[in-house]
Design a protein around this ligand. Structure first.
Ligand code: ATP
Ligand code: MG
Length: 379
């Protein structure tokens, strides 16, 4: 019976505790994670990457400390369930640091500097003149995070692809030097292109905690409405009757990511679906206020149950910290098993390796009372 059971694949994903989670996280990763968790086909490991957050916030560790709970609350709010997923904190797994040390030897400096995501992030953070070593090397520590749990899949946004590619290189190099030991990880991005990289409310950049252009999952209704009503649309769509552009228009991008035909039935029944709405906007005669009001309704409906669940857990903070502590213990056990395998593969499990012990020198004084003779010699 046992081997007839389909083996569950392990997934691993995480978020930096640099702020509360936003709509970009929701469509880019959280939605997929919850679906994978609920399918029962996977064992999800979900972690708060405080060590990674410190790589560009070392002088503001208080920010990371404070945001740990915010991310944990957002997890529970979107439906990540500690009974079905292992939820843990990166810094509580010291095994990850040791794995990182081994992997560092397999990556060159120039390869790190070529990583497109790191290049963009270095610019965004103003690190061009002096980049912290820990920041530049975070793809290596990410390889440790993923391989420590034998994770096959990583649900995330498209900014993760160059990092995952580098992680796979590390795995392949490791396996080719030390023998098949590590699992190669693959990114799972959302089906819809727009969800792979949701823009910010500024319409230009990716929605990102560091860029102050977010709609947070925990925003109150009035805040959401204000943010939506002041969103960037098509700058050439000045009068209602002007033809409008839906391609470079953040409001339509959000609708692409979030709205369903049911939303139209409920809030805008004169259109059947998004295609009809887009066609009207392109033709002209459809005002921005109308599409923004519709988007506001869609976002409000999506976020209301999430916010409600969050408020519940905000009243049960001890439970949330205990859950993180418990999850970290479980995760640590798994990481320790994998680390053992890695140490064996490299050959640094010296004290269990009887073959090594006797391969160079043989014991000639096996029959002597070793302790006695050792003491005598020491005198
Ligand atoms: P920071 O600004 O601190 O880097 P962030 O907003 O970029 O924060 P991360 O914690 O770096 O968030 O990302 C966590 C996960 O969410 C990653 O898988 C990332 O790809 C995904 N993600 C983040 N922002 C977006 C977005 N705008 N669209 C789609 N996915 C996103
Ligand atoms: Mg980021």
């Amino acid at each position: 019976m046992e081997n007839m059971k389909e083996e569950k694949q392990i997934i691993l994903t995480g978020d930096r505790p640099t702020g509360k989670l936003h709509l970009g996280h929701y469509v880019g990763s959280l939605r997929n994670r919850v679906a994978m968790q609920e399918s029962g086909k996977y064992i999800p490991y979900i972690f708060i990457s405080d060590l990674q957050a410190l790589t560009d916030n070392a002088r503001d560790s208080e920010k990371i400390r404070r945001n740990l709970i915010e991310v944990a609350l957002d997890y529970l709010a979107v439906g990540i369930d500690p009974k079905k997923s292992v939820i843990f904190v990166q810094s509580q797994i010291p095994e990850l640091a040791e794995l990182t040390m081994y992997y560092m030897n397999l990556v060159t400096l120039s390869r790190l500097q070529r990583n497109p995501t790191i290049k963009t992030e270095i610019k965004e953070r103003g690190f061009e003149k002096s980049v912290p070593v820990g920041f530049l090397t975070y793809p290596i520590s990410q390889a440790a995070d993923i391989t420590a749990f034998d994770a096959r899949y990583v649900p995330g946004g498209e900014d993760q692809e160059p990092i995952l590619e580098q992680d796979r290189e590390i795995v392949r190099t490791f396996n080719s030097i030390y023998g098949e030991t590590l699992v190669e990880p693959y990114l799972i991005t959302p089906d819809k292109d727009i969800c792979k990289r949701l823009p910010g409310t500024d319409g230009k950049n990716k929605m990102s905690k560091s860029l102050n252009n977010c709609i947070y999952l925990s925003d109150e209704p009035e805040v959401i409405q204000k943010k939506v009503m002041s969103m960037f649309t098509d700058p050439n769509h000045l009068r209602v009757e002007d033809p409008g552009d839906v391609e470079n228009n953040a409001v339509f991008k959000y609708l692409d990511a979030l709205c369903t035909d049911e939303h139209f039935q409920k809030y805008l029944p004169e259109y059947k679906n998004l295609e009809e709405l887009k066609a009207h906007y392109r033709r002209g005669g459809l005002g921005d206020v109308k599409i923004k009001r519709f988007l506001n309704n869609v976002i409000q409906e999506t976020l209301a149950p999430i916010r409600e669940r969050r408020h519940y857990y905000e009243q049960h903070i001890d439970y949330v910290y205990d859950m993180l502590e418990e999850g970290s213990k479980v995760a640590r056990q798994k990481a320790a098993e994998v680390l053992k395998r890695v140490r064996r593969a490299i050959g640094v499990e010296y004290f269990e390796d009887m073959e090594l012990r006797h391969s160079i020198y043989t014991n000639i004084d096996d029959s002597m009372d070793f302790d006695e003779s050792h003491k005598r010699r020491g005198r």
